[in-house]
Ligand binder design. Structure first.
Ligand SMILES: [Zn+2]
Length: 400
């Protein structure tokens, strides 16, 4: 018996016990007395069907009881939720529809039944029906926030970004929560749609809207940089790539190869060296990221990048053992020029490439692809590049 199943059986037993107690204490009225006896007997019958794993027969009994007495409403909610959690959505829908159809249901219970029915429809993928009920619930004070959150999830599933923006704005006003970063992500989604349709003016407009909601939005800056690069506007492209680095250095391994490419197009090698030296001077984290970017991208072969690679291979604690092995192997084989670390670089490149490259800061989900919305916890803008050299990880990473 699962925990859920055990819980609902216990709940039904309590309900039956309460009914029996009522029967004893207020059972003077014969009409009432016979009604409670019927309810009590029917409950035990339904319980028996549940224990024998005959949910359809149990469902029939409980729905019949529901027509008789309104005190059993909470039990029906519990039963409906149990069916939904077990994946038996059709049964959950029948229970909640039956509750809504009852004329004597209180307003609060009706709203609750509507909300539960909407969750059933969402679970069943009947998004149109769920949407219609959730909009009805927006006007019911206790359900406005949960209905908004369900609608946001629904519109995200449908990729209806305009509606998702409208719902996030409403949620922000209602709860005071900060939704601006996520709204910026929705505008980036719209921009990517426009980009696919090759409508560059519209893409640009959506990206500007994204920036108006989140001025540090790395995704918007990356897309603007890529657009400018595609149209050979090197200066603009370089500016946007640098914006990304300024606000979020952890995207360095994504941005640096592009930044190097664009800078070379602008002014050649001398200008590139000046830029990289400046970046290295301004931020102490840059050398490490530049080293990783250069290990992963052989085209980063300029002197500054290669200096960073050499330092990284010599000093990175997780590579200590590997570096010692490399040195002793080279000496045994009479190699005197230890500055040529190409074999070590290739080994580290393979290690880096075999491990996941991104991690969600909310739930820890790891992947080899950069997802702006985490596929696991559905949070936006929390997946960050990360580089981990784990020798044991090769061959059985949980990457996607
Ligand atoms: Zn996550």
């Amino acid at each position: 018996m699962t925990v859920d199943f055990a819980a609902i059986v216990a709940l039904l037993l309590i309900a039956a016990a309460v009914l029996s107690w009522i029967l004893v204490h207020w059972g003077r009225d014969r009409k009432l007395d016979s009604r409670f006896k019927f309810v009590s007997a029917e409950y035990f019958k339904g319980l028996n069907f549940l224990l024998n794993e005959e949910p359809d027969k149990a469902l029939e009994v409980f729905i019949r009881v529901a027509e008789v007495d309104s005190d059993t409403v909470e039990t029906h909610f519990a039963l409906g939720n149990l069916f939904r959690r077990r994946g038996e959505v059709d049964r959950a829908i029948r229970i909640h529809q039956n509750l809504i159809a009852r004329p004597n249901l209180t307003r609060a219970h009706r709203a609750q039944a509507l909300y539960e029915l909407a969750q059933d429809y969402l679970r069943a993928g009947l998004l149109d029906r769920a949407e219609s009920i959730l909009h009805e619930l927006l006007d019911m004070p206790h359900y406005t926030e949960p209905a908004l959150r369900s609608l946001i999830s629904l519109y995200e599933q449908q990729k209806d970004w305009e509606q998702a923006i409208a719902m996030r704005r409403r949620l922000q006003v209602l709860t005071g929560s900060f939704e601006e970063e996520t709204i910026a992500q929705y505008f980036c989604e719209l921009a990517q749609g426009a980009m696919t349709s090759k409508d560059m003016a519209l893409t640009n407009r959506f990206l500007k809207r994204a920036q108006s909601h989140d001025p540090n939005c790395a995704r918007a800056n990356l897309l603007l940089a890529q657009m400018a690069e595609a149209s050979q506007d090197w200066t603009r492209s370089q500016r946007y790539y640098r914006e990304v680095l300024e606000h979020e250095i952890r995207y360095a391994s994504e941005v640096l190869p592009a930044l190097v490419r664009v800078t070379r197009q602008m002014d050649g090698e001398a200008s590139l060296e000046t830029l990289l030296r400046k970046l290295r001077r301004d931020n102490p984290q840059v050398p490490g990221y530049l080293a990783i970017a250069a290990i992963l991208n052989p085209e980063l072969d300029d002197p500054v990048s290669q200096d960073c690679v050499a330092d990284y291979l010599r000093t990175e604690p997780s590579l200590g053992g590997l570096y010692e092995m490399f040195v002793s192997f080279a000496r045994r084989n009479g190699v005197s020029n230890l500055s040529d670390m190409e074999p070590l670089k290739i080994a580290v490149r393979n290690l880096l490439k075999s491990a996941p490259r991104y991690r969600c800061e909310e739930c820890g989900f790891r992947s080899k692809t950069l997802y702006w919305q985490c596929p696991s916890c559905k949070t936006w803008n929390r997946t960050m590049p990360f580089h981990e050299i784990t020798f044991a990880a090769i061959g059985h990473s949980s990457s996607a």
